[in-house]
Design a protein around this ligand. Structure first.
Ligand code: C2G
Length: 130
């Protein structure tokens, strides 16, 4: 049984988010998603998300490809989350390529390519990257 874990803010949910979650889920049997808290998102991106953490959790947990959600409170807690949720594969977008290789001692680590031409910022600014 492959239990996959992934993390993200998933603010202003878009097709790039959906595709990475579906592709992650297809690599195994059970998908756990750590949704960044509003505070963690602020420390990562320098602004609070458009949708708050309760709304983002509600959206992510309703997806067919997602089995379980929890709040990611700190970037430093990845090892703790992987162990607590008994995940044996960590999947991240390739914007994080190489950044989580330190967890290869406890699980498989895979980086998937991002969907081009779409981002939360582009949606908020009402434009698509050409
Ligand atoms: N993503 C994607 N294609 C896009 C945009 C995003 O595949 N066009 C992926 C990202 O690579 C990431 C996931 O969707 O795996 C969530 O993206 P973000 O919400 O931007 O995640 P981020 O804030 O980078 O959080 O602990 C690490 C994090 O919490 C990652």
């Amino acid at each position: 049984m492959t239990r996959i874990i992934t993390f993200g803010t998933f603010d202003v949910f878009h097709v790039g988010h959906l595709r990475i979650l579906e592709r992650a889920r297809n690599l195994g049997d059970y998908l756990l998603v750590g949704v960044s808290t509003d505070l963690l998102s602020y420390t990562k991106k320098g602004r609070y998300p458009f949708y708050n953490q309760v709304e983002r959790l509600e959206i992510i947990s309703s997806l067919r490809c997602v089995d379980e959600v929890f709040l990611e409170k700190s970037l430093e807690l990845k090892r703790h989350y992987i162990l607590t949720y008994h995940a044996n594969m960590l999947v991240m977008g390739d914007d994080w390529a190489g950044k989580f290789d330190e967890f290869k001692d406890i699980c498989r680590v895979e980086y998937l390519s991002r969907t081009p031409s779409i981002s939360t910022t582009a949606v908020i600014e009402k434009k698509r990257i050409p």
